[in-house]
Ligand binder design. Structure first.
Ligand code: SIN
Length: 283
């Protein structure tokens, strides 16, 4: 069923596409959320996969933390990533004329190289180029649903090996950050197909940034199945491409959505702040 506009008690959510995302009007995120707003946001989050809160003011660090904490414990990234001084839970997203790379410029769901990867992420973009710097999101439920039955069956019992070392070495070495991967956990195993703990729906759970291989298969078998799944998850039909307005805040569900930050705006400035909410062990 295509996504529809939903009128909640505390706001209106308008679908961004028939398959994924909604723009949310009528919530001021600088203020503490009421219980009604919290309940409505939780429902919309599970319905649309990613929410874009429109017409926002810049959040102070304490406001951003308070907002994130309404939805769970806050995550601290295990690698040496740039954070706001005094706030290890707030990652600074930053690229300017000196940047050769930016955060997240490859398909991924956040930090899947941890045993319990984050359930959700809240990113506010405070400075952006006039055009460019969009973020792409892909719906991993619909990607899974459209696999053929034999491939679903084949993938069902499979596990993947995830690691952040290659990604972090590549991304941060280019920015002159030495040993950014030093504190990363050892590689972990996760299911290739995950069941969302709240909706019960199944989703593809491999990504090009952190999945190293499918366990127990030969390299050729693993590469071939991963290619099928990557291609399926990256199909434009499952995607949206979000064009930010200044101070929009996106809240995405890492259990069923992956994302890709476009770096097409050099030498312009793009700055944002991100908090991430702890999740549970995928199954
Ligand atoms: C990220 O969290 O991967 C960055 C997303 C973005 O900058 O749009």
């Amino acid at each position: 069923m295509p996504l529809q506009t939903k009128v909640y008690d505390s706001f209106v959510a308008k679908p961004y596409s028939p398959v994924l995302g909604a723009e949310v009007y009528g919530v001021d995120l600088t203020q503490p959320l009421s219980n009604q707003q919290h309940t409505d946001i939780q429902d919309a989050f599970l319905t649309y996969g990613v929410l874009f809160f429109k017409q926002q003011q810049p959040l102070e660090p304490e406001q951003h933390l308070a907002l994130g904490r309404r939805f769970g414990k806050l995550h601290v990234h295990p690698a040496k990533v740039p954070t706001v001084e005094g706030y290890p839970e707030i990652i600074r997203i930053y690229a300017d004329e000196n940047s050769t790379v930016a955060n997240g410029t490859a398909w991924h769901t956040d930090v899947t190289f941890e045993k319990t990867p984050p359930m959700g992420t809240m990113l506010q973009i405070n400075t952006k180029p006039d055009v460019g710097g969009d973020t792409l999101y892909s719906n991993l439920y619909t990607a899974y649903d459209e696999l053929s039955e034999p491939i679903k069956k084949l993938c069902q019992g499979l596990t993947q090996r995830c690691s952040g070392h290659a990604y972090h070495k590549g991304r941060y070495a280019e920015r002159g950050v030495k040993n950014s991967d030093q504190q990363l956990p050892d590689p972990v195993d996760h299911p290739v197909i995950r069941t969302h703990p709240e909706t019960g729906r199944k989703a593809i759970f491999v990504n090009k940034s952190f999945t190293e291989c499918i366990n127990d298969l030969t390299k050729v078998e693993s590469d071939s199945i991963l290619n099928i799944l990557f291609e399926q998850a990256e199909k434009p039909e499952h995607q949206i491409r979000y064009r930010w307005s200044v101070n929009d805040l996106a809240f995405w569900d890492n259990r069923c959505v992956m994302h890709y930050a476009m770096f097409d705006y050099w030498p312009q400035l793009r700055v944002g702040h991100r908090v991430t909410i702890v999740g549970d062990q995928p199954y």
